[in-house]
Design a binder for this molecule. Structure first.
Ligand code: ATP
Ligand code: MN
Length: 462
């Protein structure tokens, strides 16, 4: 089925030749002499206009050209007399590839709410908004691989099913083939997981970091980019139960190198989207968020602010601001605190470092004060935490002591500890939540609207 993509015809349409396009009808209007059909094939946000002279087409056929139906159209590509479109097609042949009964097709009129569109996630990619979001999402995913490839990082595929329950990043989804209504039991009544598929308890991963560290301690520079799962029952506009995470891990990096890389990375990705997705960004800017493009440019043009958690707590306490969760040294920062720092106080992205060790993971490098660790979180306007990272504890004794202090099960971590036994080196890394990035770049406000098929509590329909 040979066809021209609409993007190519609109971008560099050489007129005066016959072309074939295929796509979905967005609208049909006209009068008794002529029909104007707006056709979209997802290659670009814009439609191409098909002009059908009705004396050449059966009325029965034109009646089936309804919003949502799929067409194959052959005709002459000509300059368009209409404003705002360089070319149009004078139809010679129209074939209906697939009808869409107007009584039943849910995307009739424009301007459906995002909430309604979530309930038809199987069809929402056909809207301008989701077309734009999905193309931007793709561009960002591609740019991530490009960035790391150009820097000599190795893309490491870490497992999705994991037996280490010790990462501490969040509640996990169990993976099992046992009969849950009647599992085998040990004499003490607990479930006998030795009879499970892997001979042990397994879960979906909450992070590829521990395995990424193994890779970094051999290949120096690695990154993961894969799905991640958290069974937290947090119904917020910034949390998914299944999301994609990018986790670079670098040997011979300290926390400053780590922050430099995170800042360069985010700026690269945003620049890439500005350069490669101008039409989609302009649409989202016009329709949803008039400051979107300005905000993106703002992030690129200027350094991120860097300060310690302790300094940030002081700023929040001195702010006179009433927060829902009061701030005290030692507390985990909430989105409201993060956003105050970024949006009100500094009016720039912020990187906070040196968090209290109690609120951070066991593997973070401990500072000499005995209280804080070399963590770094990147905070963005409208999002709050977009990246969480740290320098890792490379010293065996210090790391082992922390594992014991936290009563963690070292039996499932022996392989991780081995890296500190054999040729350990300073290293660091971070995790970027892909959907939080897409949220920021698209200006959407709910994370459910930047992934094709969101997984959230009580929702796994599509
Ligand atoms: P938060 O405090 O916002 O819940 P976190 O501290 O639990 O996040 P990390 O474990 O540090 O998150 O994960 C690294 C990154 O992954 C975060 O900076 C964020 O961008 C992203 N992330 C974490 N949890 C989720 C989630 N449930 N849905 C989408 N992205 C997430
Ligand atoms: Mn975090």
């Amino acid at each position: 089925m040979k066809r021209s993509k609409i993007i190519d015809l609109l971008r560099s349409g050489e007129t005066g030749r016959e072309v074939t396009v295929m796509g979905w009808v967005r609208t049909r209007r006209g009068n008794k002499n002529v029909a104007f059909i707006a056709l979209n094939d997802g290659s670009i946000i814009h439609n191409i206009q098909i002009v059908a002279d009705l004396q050449f087409f059966e009325e029965e056929l034109i009646k089936k050209v309804t919003t949502g139906s799929a067409l194959k159209v052959t005709g002459m590509l000509v300059e368009s007399p209409a404003q705002g479109q360089p070319v149009e097609i004078q139809a010679k042949e129209i074939e209906i590839l697939g009808e869409a009964n107007p009584e039943a097709y849910p995307l009739q009129k424009k301007g459906h709410s995002l909430e309604f569109l979530r309930s038809i996630a199987h069809l929402r990619p056909r809207t301008n908004t989701f077309g734009a979001v999905l193309r931007i999402r793709h561009a960002l995913a591609f740019a991530i691989h490009k960035f790391f490839n150009e820097k000599g990082f190795v893309y490491l595929h870490t497992p999705i099913i994991t037996a280490s329950d010790a990462e501490g990043a969040g509640a996990m989804f169990r993976v099992t083939t046992l009969d849950i209504s009647n599992p085998p039991r040990l004499p003490d009544g607990s479930v006998d997981f030795s009879q499970d598929f892997f001979g042990r308890e397994t879960n979906l991963t909450v992070s590829g970091q521990l395995e990424a560290e193994l890779g970094a301690l051999a290949l120096s520079l690695v990154y993961t980019f894969g799905p991640t799962f958290r069974a937290e029952n947090s119904n917020t506009p910034r949390h998914l139960a299944e999301f994609w995470m990018i986790e670079p891990e670098m040997a011979f990096y300290d926390i400053h190198d780590d922050m430099d890389l995170a800042e360069e990375f985010l700026k690269y990705l945003i620049s890439y989207a500005l350069e490669h997705c101008p039409d989609d960004l302009k649409f989202l800017n016009d329709m949803y968020d008039k400051e979107l493009i300005e905000r993106l440019q703002d992030v690129i043009n200027g350094a991120f602010i860097r300060l310690t958690y302790t300094e940030a707590i002081q700023i929040l306490k001195d702010s006179g601001q009433k927060f829902e969760f009061p701030v005290e040294w030692g507390c985990d920062l909430q989105a409201e605190h993060e956003r105050y720092l970024v949006e009100k106080h500094f009016k720039r992205p912020v990187i906070l470092t040196d968090y209290p060790k109690e609120i951070k993971a066991f593997y973070m490098k401990q500072n000499e004060d005995g209280k804080t660790v070399r963590a770094m979180d990147v905070l963005f306007p409208r999002i709050g935490e977009i990246i969480g990272g740290s320098q890792r504890e490379e010293n065996f004794d210090t790391l082992y002591r922390r594992i014991k202090e936290l009563n963690m099960n070292e039996d499932t971590l022996w392989w991780y500890l081995d890296t500190r036994r054999f040729g350990t080196v300073p290293h660091a890394g971070f995790g970027l939540g892909f959907e939080r990035l897409v949220l920021f770049v698209t200006g959407m406000t709910n994370i459910r609207d930047v992934i094709p098929f969101p997984r959230t509590p009580q929702n796994a329909e599509f």
